[in-house]
Design a binder for this molecule. Structure first.
Ligand SMILES: C[S@@+](CC[C@H](N)C(=O)[O-])C[C@H]1O[C@@H](n2cnc3c(N)ncnc32)[C@H](O)[C@@H]1O
Length: 303
């Protein structure tokens, strides 16, 4: 088939619209850029150029897979998070823009305390000990390592396949030497990584938070393609929070900070976990996302 770039793009958009793909225009553009190995500016300034047969075939295969529900990011293998490039495969959750609020809240809390950088000299002071629980693609651990040059980070996940991608993302963003990726159940670190005393200055997590019974209400892209272990927490959706809050309480130093992403409808039950152990925590706050949904809970350990 002899076809120019503009026609291919229009056809791809029409196919995706017919398949009721959301943001079909953007998806068709991104997939054609990927098939061409070119950026948007090049593509639009060469719209009359004829595609070679191999590129045409590759592009319409990608359009077919997207129309069948596969997320664009798994097709291109990339997602941006916090201005950084991350490799993504079906072994990891695709990093979401909402999760950038975890970064904002964590950095704001550290900044308020002068822990982000040394206040007088701008130089790092003693190492900050950070944990990212359920690291997936490694997006939070890697972005924190980039923002906090004096941080030493432990990133855990129960999925060995996810940890392999996270390690590659740390290397891609040149922070591999400051992140230890560990296969573990939440914060249950293996013996050689465990310390007798509370150790962490900051713990962040975007845990699985969907109730098993909500599976049918998810978009097909999420339900059929993203890893179930990254999505579902159990019958109520708050099961992982219960364990995580208890483990963070044991492992945060005095004034250590916990920052959690909240799922839809989970603000109240998760907040109640902090109220129930109120002598252990101070400064509990909830921040909204851009849609006005309570999205991030932060709290400080009081010992
Ligand atoms: C919602 S995803 C978040 C991934 C990444 N942090 C992000 O924000 O995009 C949750 C991650 O937690 C991991 N996970 C689920 N249960 C876990 C457990 N019990 N212990 C450690 N990790 C777990 C999943 O494999 C998944 O990678």
């Amino acid at each position: 088939m002899m076809i120019d770039i503009r026609t291919a793009l229009k056809q791809g958009m029409a196919d995706l619209r017919a398949a009721e793909v959301s943001s079909h225009t953007l998806a068709a553009e991104v997939l054609l850029m990927h098939a061409l190995g070119r950026d948007r500016a090049w593509m639009y300034s060469h719209h009359e150029e004829i595609l070679d047969p191999a590129t045409t075939q590759k592009y319409f295969q990608l359009i077919g897979r997207r129309a069948a529900g596969q997320p664009t990011q798994y097709l291109t293998g990339h997602q941006e998070f916090w201005g950084l490039d991350f490799e993504v495969t079906p072994a990891v959750l695709i990093p979401r823009p909402e999760t950038e609020h975890v970064m904002e809240v964590a950095l704001a809390r550290l900044g308020e305390r002068g822990l982000k950088i040394h206040m007088d000299t701008g130089l790092p002071r003693e190492a900050l000990q950070v944990a990212d629980i359920g690291t997936g693609s490694g997006c939070l651990a890697v972005a924190l390592a980039c923002e906090l040059p004096h941080a030493e980070i432990i990133a855990t996940d129960s999925s060995a396949a996810a940890l392999e991608i996270a390690r590659r993302n740390a290397a891609r963003n040149r922070v591999a030497e400051r992140i230890r990726f560990i296969e573990a159940d939440l914060l249950a670190l293996p013996g050689n990584e465990r310390t007798p005393e509370p150790f962490f200055d900051l713990i962040v997590s975007n845990p699985p938070y969907i109730a098993d019974s909500d599976e049918a209400s998810l978009q097909r892209e999420v339900r059929d393609h993203e890893p179930h272990a990254a999505l579902f927490a159990g019958p109520t959706g708050t099961e992982i929070y219960e364990r995580l809050v208890a483990e963070a309480r044991d492992q945060l130093r005095d004034r250590g900070i916990l920052v959690l992403e909240l799922g839809y409808n989970s603000a109240e039950p998760v907040r109640a976990m902090f109220d129930a152990t109120s002598t252990a925590w101070t400064n509990v706050s909830i921040a909204m996302d851009l849609a006005g949904i309570p999205r991030i809970l932060a709290a400080e350990r009081a010992r």
